[in-house]
Write a protein that binds this ligand. Structure first.
Ligand SMILES: *[C@@H]1O[C@H](CO)[C@@H](O)[C@H](O)[C@H]1NC(C)=O
Ligand SMILES: *[C@@H]1O[C@H](CO)[C@@H](O)[C@H](O)[C@H]1NC(C)=O
Ligand SMILES: *[C@@H]1O[C@H](CO)[C@@H](O)[C@H](O)[C@H]1NC(C)=O
Ligand SMILES: *[C@@H]1O[C@H](CO)[C@@H](O)[C@H](O)[C@H]1NC(C)=O
Ligand SMILES: *[C@@H]1O[C@H](CO)[C@@H](O)[C@H](O)[C@H]1NC(C)=O
Ligand SMILES: *[C@@H]1O[C@H](CO)[C@@H](O)[C@H](O)[C@H]1NC(C)=O
Ligand SMILES: *[C@@H]1O[C@H](CO)[C@@H](O)[C@H](O)[C@H]1NC(C)=O
Ligand SMILES: *[C@@H]1O[C@H](CO)[C@@H](O)[C@H](O)[C@H]1NC(C)=O
Ligand SMILES: *[C@@H]1O[C@H](CO)[C@@H](O)[C@H](O)[C@H]1NC(C)=O
Ligand SMILES: *[C@@H]1O[C@H](CO)[C@@H](O)[C@H](O)[C@H]1NC(C)=O
Ligand SMILES: [Cu+2]
Length: 599
């Protein structure tokens, strides 16, 4: 009932008394425990299924196991997700969102390494309808290459009113997230954290769980993306309205704006225990903004980047491009230390843009009688926000479990990023002079399975067929128009080796060539280059793209087609073809308004 009142407020522009407004917007708070003091801490691993003695993953340790060789526990972790529209006000400003089970952030997926995660997704998006898919960021999908969740690449979208069940192995362990890969839908809220418990490297006492950082817009993604791929240069780079920690932050309402809004929605809260070591799982789940994370008065020990544990190092600020995760350990102060401020700020222009870049949260040591925080930011944090638009140096981020790439790979491809207008004046990103546009009805993987790896009429599919090459090196250059922007480049299906990044042109240097950094997103710096390499151990159609939602919408994307001869032998379940028939039936009677690349 109150929702109806509110939407009539939104559409009718009625002015409500402030008291009524506060009540309404209070009820529009996000339904998620994350960021509240009742958020559960996480266990070392899940025990609520019958499992052998000891660890669920047996005798595998972070030291002795190449974790590309996952266990198989046989335990299934099932989730039912319904995606639908709602009106919510995470930061006090009411807007139309799209959520998983009504929560923002969505429910956290939790599993042990080697468990099977099974998620039944129901598309209840209506008024207007949209297709949808979910992507399980960073998982390799080596036994289920069709379950990666990218529409037009591995599957057809789930049509409105239909369900689809994703089933895949938790094949890596650590911290990640899931999100819609259908256009920029996740910027409206279709996302959540994913925690996979596995062997530890260094010990800690308390797992605080996900700390999701995300820029936030008061306009819907659809309108934003229309501007992004439009013909008016003023609209191609939306500026976020706010920055959130676990879906919370305050916002200073504009009294001249009639949208329901309260200025004291509340910041996120966390509780530390004096003297204990806490694990925080940082996730940049935003659309555009590069995040800088810090806790006043506390050092951070970095123990993993994306799904890759690293040799720990200490810092006072962590940088996360969109899609990146960093696990940090934080030692609690002793005694009765009072309240401290956690900070996430969006890196300053030209790196990113936000009207309200600074999110804060409380770190309480004593939840009952706490005084407000009076702590101040580390100078290193402020300096990094203002001046550093890149990940930490590759010399610092050394994988715990060493792997040496093929130093003479059989193929090296160079891809140039550029920004140009197409024949109708729309601003688009290109990779080697071709923008990307997917066809939801013809997923690359399913065509390949049928033996079709060439699309003469579809130059904008940007498929790079690497045949049976055993290792693939790709140099990406950011030397074109708008090279002042950095791009968080994400590769699906692999933890890529990051051989080098820098400004200018690559000179052949490989950083830590015996054991280079591996991860699944790396920030390609402004006016620079990035050199990645993958070992072709996972036949499939794998997206390689900028994870900034607006950039992939505008075509900054290619598909790495890996070992098509082996794709032909994959045992792809009939449900994939059935979903395409369902989508085809839907699109035969409904015109899908694909305003962007589709991803
Ligand atoms: C793993 O290796 C580290 C560093 O060499 C060592 O400190 C630790 O004790 C080892 N852990 C196990 C379980 O063997
Ligand atoms: C965090 O704690 C403050 C102070 O108690 C409170 O005002 C605020 O509503 C809390 N935030 C959340 C998200 O619970
Ligand atoms: C943080 O680390 C620095 C450098 O290792 C050290 O000098 C400082 O005492 C540490 N500060 C705190 C609060 O732990
Ligand atoms: C809170 O502030 C009061 C008044 O300044 C002080 O007496 C008390 O010790 C403070 N509590 C904590 C936990 O710091
Ligand atoms: C230019 O790009 C826009 C946005 O993707 C698209 O709608 C339009 O059809 C493209 N024009 C041409 C000539 O391809
Ligand atoms: C992309 O462009 C670069 C630089 O012009 C060239 O070396 C490379 O071969 C091109 N790649 C493809 C697949 O066309
Ligand atoms: C880039 O593509 C456009 C349109 O396809 C073409 O006209 C132009 O010649 C290409 N430029 C280069 C450098 O290949
Ligand atoms: C492969 O699929 C594309 C896209 O549907 C189509 O244009 C092309 O004709 C197909 N090629 C073959 C050999 O069937
Ligand atoms: C390796 O990749 C290159 C570039 O895509 C391709 O031309 C070549 O045929 C591939 N080699 C093999 C053995 O498949
Ligand atoms: C959709 O329309 C196409 C072309 O008319 C037709 O070939 C196809 O069978 C239809 N698909 C479904 C599922 O109705
Ligand atoms: Cu980008």
């Amino acid at each position: 009932m109150k929702l109806i009142v509110l939407s009539s407020l939104l559409t009718g522009g009625l002015v409500a008394a402030q008291g009524l407004l506060s009540t309404l917007v209070g009820e529009l708070q996000t339904d998620s425990p994350l960021g509240t003091i009742s958020a559960p801490t996480l266990p070392g691993f899940l025990t609520n299924n019958p499992l052998p003695q000891g660890f669920p993953w047996g005798t595998k340790t972070a030291n002795n196991t190449n974790y590309y060789d996952p266990p198989n526990t046989g335990v299934i972790r099932s989730y039912d997700f319904t995606i639908s529209r709602a009106t919510k006000a995470p930061d006090g400003y009411a807007r139309s969102v799209m959520l998983v089970n009504g929560q923002f952030p969505g429910p956290t997926i939790e599993a042990n390494w080697g468990d099977t995660i099974q998620v039944t997704v129901t598309n209840a998006i209506s008024s207007p309808e949209e297709g949808t898919t979910l992507h399980w960021h960073g998982l390799l999908q080596k036994t289920s290459q069709w379950m990666d969740g990218v529409p037009g690449v591995q599957q057809c979208p789930i049509p409105p009113g239909k369900s689809f069940t994703y089933t895949f192995l938790a094949d890596l362990y650590g911290t990640s997230w899931y999100h819609s890969h259908y256009s920029a839908q996740y910027a409206d809220g279709v996302l959540g954290a994913m925690v996979i418990h596995g062997p530890n490297t260094v010990p800690y006492d308390i797992d605080i769980g996900p700390v999701m950082l995300s820029d936030w817009y008061h306009e819907e993604y659809f309108q934003l993306v229309e501007g992004v791929v439009g013909t008016n240069i003023a609209d191609v780079a939306p500026t976020s309205d706010n920055n959130l920690i676990n879906g919370h932050n305050n916002f200073a309402c504009d009294p001249t704006d009639s949208t329901p809004c309260v200025s004291d929605a509340g910041i996120a809260n966390f509780t530390f225990t004096p003297g204990k070591v806490h694990r925080l799982r940082l996730i940049n789940a935003g659309a555009e903004g590069m995040q800088k994370f810090s806790i006043d008065g506390h050092n951070l020990t970095v123990i993993a980047n994306d799904f890759v544990p690293i040799i720990p190092y200490d810092t006072q600020v962590v940088t996360l491009g969109i899609g990146q995760r960093t696990d940090v350990l934080v030692k609690g102060k002793t005694g009765n230390p009072g309240t401290y401020t956690m900070r996430a700020s969006i890196a300053s222009a030209p790196c990113s843009g936000s009207k309200n870049p600074d999110a804060t949260a409380n770190i309480f040591y004593n939840t009952k009688t706490e005084n407000a925080s009076t702590s101040t930011a580390w100078p290193a944090f402020l300096d990094s926000v203002a001046n550093q638009c890149a990940n930490d140096d590759l010399t610092k981020t050394v994988p715990w479990y060493p792997i040496t790439p093929d130093l003479n790979p059989p193929v090296t491809e160079t891809i140039e990023i550029d920004y140009q207008q197409n024949a109708t004046g729309h601003y688009l990103w290109t990779m080697n002079n071709s923008t990307f546009r997917s066809d939801y009805n013809e997923p690359i993987l399913l065509l390949s399975k049928m033996g079709n790896n060439s699309y003469p009429d579809s130059p904008e599919w940007n498929v790079y067929n690497f045949g049976s090459n055993s290792s693939i090196r790709i140099v990406i250059n950011n030397h074109g128009a708008l090279a002042t922007l950095a791009h968080p480049m994400h590769l699906h299906g692999h933890n890529m080796f990051v051989l080098d990044v820098g400004t200018g042109t690559w000179d052949g240097t490989i950083v830590n060539e015996d054991n280079p950094q591996r991860r699944d997103v790396q920030i390609l710096p402004a006016n620079g280059y990035m050199v990645l390499q993958l070992t072709a151990d996972n036949p499939g159609a794998w997206p390689l793209h900028c994870h900034i939602a607006w950039h992939v919408s505008a075509g900054l994307y290619v598909t790495v087609l890996e070992r098509p001869a082996d794709i032909a032998n994959l045992n792809i379940p009939y449900i994939m073809a059935q979903t395409c028939r369902d989508w085809s039936a839907y699109t035969n009677s409904t015109v899908v308004d694909q305003i962007d690349s589709g991803l």
